[in-house]
Design a protein around this ligand. Structure first.
Ligand SMILES: NC(=O)c1ccc[n+]([C@@H]2O[C@H](COP(=O)([O-])OP(=O)(O)OC[C@H]3O[C@@H](n4cnc5c(N)ncnc54)[C@H](OP(=O)(O)O)[C@@H]3O)[C@@H](O)[C@H]2O)c1
Length: 368
């Protein structure tokens, strides 16, 4: 691993008013809002616009960027390389310092489809990581995530392989993504038994309409392991911006990715989807009338306010979306208990509390 760089640093990182939190039990500090590349960077957005989006993010306090070997078949990592790689053109243009950046990638769906190009075998974790680093043009990433759990590989093999990746200096920490609480628990047991490094964070979907797993199922993991979360789709792909209230606007995600997101589109047309739109309209009223903000910033601030959230990964197709979404930083302190109660009344989907069997409630999900 090398943090030495041969290019001149032209842009010092200025966190502006970005709050930082530790990533779970680790000492790594991550910005409360980071930026990811799924469907966007390297997908629908290529070349200079990628640079522009990442530049605006960096200049406004976002120094953490998330990608995956799967995103756009590896093209997302390649596009980011333009920003990050000293051999690429953009690092010359932006002059970013590697140590200022927190870069995360994910392994599971390799860009090819051979029998060992996918999943979490030791072979694919090690080879996939090396290929990701080559595409990114980096010596190491800060955090590497297992993009899903692999039922066909023993937990010991998975934990040992991620530890090998860390020992080699290719990643500094590892985490999971969309694993069940039971699987994460098993990873901790195996790591503990073998005196190995356990995952520090879970990259999970968390938004106002998707709450059970991050808020309830993972409850014991926050308490026992101080697990952090890097949340994704916290705007429900854009639904929580209100842009889908009256149909699907041209060039929006549900328009440009209508084939890939067929299932989401079906849900959007269903009674459940219509009910969600009704709630988005009510939340919009609350955001505008009580907080003088947009429903998008309210939705993002709501996830960020959760004390188990380490970072909310934003997605953006335009620099303006980043600027708008970062206004959420100022909304977080405005989410008083009273406002949170009003939000709960509108959402009416808080996960059930753990049963107390007649004893007084300590905490809804067993957290202290
Ligand atoms: N680990 C995993 O399995 C997993 C899965 C998914 C995502 N992720 C990570 O999480 C990141 C974020 O996920 P996501 O992109 O689904 O997040 P999201 O915030 O729910 O959706 C982002 C999309 O919403 C639209 N948007 C954003 N801000 C807006 C605004 N202010 N006004 C109007 N539209 C706006 C943009 O799409 P349009 O302009 O095209 O409408 C943007 O690309 C990903 O990039 C990835 O790094 C991880």
């Amino acid at each position: 691993m090398s943090v030495l760089q041969s290019w001149p640093v032209e842009r010092e990182f200025d966190p502006k008013n970005m709050p930082f939190r530790r990533l779970g039990p680790s000492g790594l500090r991550v910005p409360v809002f980071s930026l990811g590349g799924w469907l966007t960077l390297g997908g629908t957005i290529k070349g200079d616009p990628v640079k522009e989006i990442m530049k605006v993010a960096f200049e406004n306090g976002i120094n953490m960027f998330d990608t995956a070997e799967a995103y756009a078949g590896g093209k997302s990592e390649e596009e980011m390389r333009l920003i990050l790689n000293y051999r690429g053109r953009v690092i010359r243009e932006l002059g970013l310092r590697r140590t200022d950046l927190v870069i995360t990638t994910k392994i599971f769906w390799g860009p090819r489809h051979g029998p060992n190009d996918q999943g979490l075998s030791r072979k694919h974790i090690i080879e996939g990581t090396q290929e990701s680093l080559a595409r990114l043009g980096l010596d190491y990433v800060d955090v590497i995530f297992a993009h899903r759990h692999d039922q066909n590989v023993s937990m010991e093999e998975i934990v040992r392989a991620f530890n090998y990746v860390i020992e080699k200096g290719w990643a500094l920490y590892w985490g999971t993504s969309e694993w069940t609480a039971r699987e994460i628990e098993e990873a901790h047991h195996v790591a503990n038994k073998l005196n190995l490094i356990a995952p520090v964070a879970e990259q999970c979907k968390h938004h106002m309409f998707h709450r059970d797993r991050p808020e309830k199922e993972y409850g014991p993991l926050y308490k026992k392991y101080h697990m952090g979360t890097t949340t994704w789709s916290s705007l429900a792909g854009g639904l929580l911006t209100g842009k889908y209230n009256d149909g699907i606007p041209k060039d929006s995600r549900f328009d440009t990715h209508s084939n890939f997101l067929k299932e989401d589109l079906k849900r959007y047309e269903s009674p459940e989807g219509k009910e969600q739109i009704r709630k988005v309209k009510e939340l919009t009223k609350l955001a505008e009338e009580k907080l003088s903000t947009s429903v998008a910033t309210l939705a993002l601030a709501w996830v960020a306010k959760n004390t188990n959230t380490s970072t909310v990964i934003l997605g953006a197709t335009k620099p303006e979306q980043i600027l708008e979404n970062l206004k959420a930083i100022d909304v977080i302190p405005k989410l008083t208990p009273e406002i949170m109660r009003e939000i709960e009344e509108i959402l009416a989907n808080a996960p059930d509390a753990a049963p107390t069997f007649g004893r007084p409630l300590l905490d809804r999900f067993g957290r202290v």
